[in-house]
Design a protein around this ligand. Structure first.
Ligand code: SF4
Ligand code: SF4
Ligand code: SF4
Length: 300
């Protein structure tokens, strides 16, 4: 039911796009830039250290007031068993397993992009980035359009379909909870293996590079998020290729540049907002298609 109405929405939007020549007159070419800040709040997740205990998932829920998700196997509802990020789950630990020798845990959460496309796509500034590089959400002004969802190249923001007045759910680095009260996100605080740590981006990048240099056989020579999508403030180390762990293969340019180019080039007061947002939606759908293709390639 929900899927059907979303498809109808896509169709309607595609019709709107066809009715304008907006996309064709916009130059969406952009040069690669570095948007990262050395002192941005960051997290480093090292998949080779993670023991899969999911203490981070529990701490995230407890700290941020998110309810458990009942698993199919759990008749009594005694376990919190989310399978994926959802409207009650801001972070998740997944297992990638190729065979008995090649497997890895991987933590999923908002990447806190240096130049976030969710912020760029949001028409009412409900998605924002603060001075420390944290992307956060203001539910009071959100109109539920979900442009942030489709604009995100990592498929992170989730929607509370089950609620009468649904809002977006995603990691905000515990900006209003643990980061505020303890100076550190809940997930990094509780991790017993220090597989996920918190710090300034420059320092965490230096740690990541040092680990690769000192143990080259333990890691692939790639820090995911150092450059992808214009750089992210959550960065990753792993022993397996990141595409296999479910990460999209992305250009070094932020997808946000495209949406911003369109906003700045087209919206000079001459284009009806509906056409503008249809165009933004078109760009966002393109991002999603690219991500799905990359994921399919990663599955093969
Ligand atoms: S990962 Fe997605 S939700 Fe998070 S900051 Fe980047 S674009 Fe926004
Ligand atoms: S930083 Fe906070 S909100 Fe984000 S995944 Fe960790 S505990 Fe959850
Ligand atoms: S708490 Fe640390 S070791 Fe446990 S699952 Fe989370 S990241 Fe991995």
């Amino acid at each position: 039911m929900k899927k059907k109405s979303r498809r109808e929405f896509l169709k309607t939007t595609a019709g709107l796009i066809a009715g304008t020549t907006v996309a064709s007159v916009v130059n969406v070419e952009a040069s690669e830039k570095n948007y990262t800040k050395d002192d941005a709040y960051s997290m480093l997740y090292d998949a080779t250290l993670c023991v899969g205990c999911k203490a981070c998932v529990s701490a995230c829920k407890k700290t941020n007031g998110l309810p458990p998700v009942k698993g199919d196997f759990d008749k009594d509802g005694l376990w919190d068993a989310p399978k994926d990020l959802d409207s009650k789950t801001r972070t998740i630990i997944k297992l990638y397993k190729e065979n008995e020798d090649n497997w890895s845990y991987v933590k999923q959460q908002c990447m806190h992009c240096a130049k976030p496309s969710c912020v760029s796509a949001c028409p009412v500034k409900a998605m924002k980035q603060d001075e420390n590089g944290v992307t956060f959400y203001n539910p009071d002004v959100c109109i539920g359009c979900r442009y942030c969802q489709v604009a995100c190249p990592f498929n992170i923001p989730k929607f509370e379909w089950e609620k009468t007045f649904p809002k977006i759910v995603k990691c905000d680095m515990c900006k209003f909870t643990s980061l505020k009260s303890k100076g550190e996100p809940a997930c990094t605080e509780v991790c017993p293996a220090k597989a996920v740590i918190f710090g300034k981006r420059k320092e965490l990048l230096a740690i990541a590079k040092r680990r690769i240099k000192e143990n080259p056989d333990n890691y692939i020579n790639h820090i995911y998020g150092e450059h992808e999508a214009g750089g992210t403030n959550v960065i990753y180390l792993a022993a397996a290729q990141f595409e296999k762990l479910g990460f999209p293969k992305l250009d070094n340019e932020s997808p946000a540049t495209f949406t911003e180019n369109i906003q700045h080039t087209v919206y000079k007061g001459f284009v009806a907002p509906v056409a503008l947002y249809a165009t933004l939606f078109f760009v966002a759908v393109k991002n999603r298609e690219k991500r799905e293709k990359d994921n399919e390639r990663g599955d093969n």
